[in-house]
Write a protein that binds this ligand. Sequence first.
Ligand SMILES: N[C@@H](CCC(=O)N[C@@H](CS)C(=O)NCC(=O)O)C(=O)O
Length: 218
Amino acid sequence: MVSRPVNKGTPKAMKLYISDRAPNPRRVQFFLAEKGIEVPTHKVDLAQKEHLKDEFLRLNPRRKVPVLVLDDGTIIAESIAICRYFEALHPQPNLFGAAPKDIALVEMWLRQVELELWLPIQFAFRHLHPALAEREIPQVAQWGEANKPKVLDFLGYLNKRLADSAYIALDRFTIVDLVAVVAIDFMRAARIALPEDLTHIARWRAEVSARPAAKAGA
Ligand SMILES: N[C@@H](CCC(=O)N[C@@H](CS)C(=O)NCC(=O)O)C(=O)O
């Protein structure tokens, strides 16, 4: 894959704040790798609570990575918003849909994957993992457990979709496949086993994971 500097003429102060083993930064890193875009990064050590220090809080008072700082000082502190920014700057390869119907289908599936798969996995992780006890306040174990069946329910639905379609939203790889595979990879940290009988998900996951860009941030 050919890398190119981001947005010639304006990249000097651009910086992407990321962290190791963190699924949200990984979404952005995977997305950038798909597009062959290189952005200077700065690693924030979540375990050392660097994201709770004033220096980082000035960038994102919500205490989360990723954060993208543009050369004019604009701050974009949401993974998908960052991806949309780069999609607008570099429309090819297209990952959010191009034709009106495709844009709508990508948006529909992206919302479903984020709300019904990504979030329940995050809730299970954040409300059950001992490492998050100090950061997820209040940590409610019952809520963490309650989200596990929601994850499995959505995966059953996704498996049916993938029986009929090579990819989730369109007949080609999109941001939806990227987000879904990062979510499913993170199930391990959330201690949710991926049922072995979801064979269509297994086929699709192997294909998406084999993309060179999938290694970015993993
Ligand atoms: N809505 C944000 C969520 C970001 C998020 O939850 N990031 C995690 C890392 S994957 C984080 O910074 N966690 C630190 C903490 O919660 O203390 C996005 O999609 O960018």
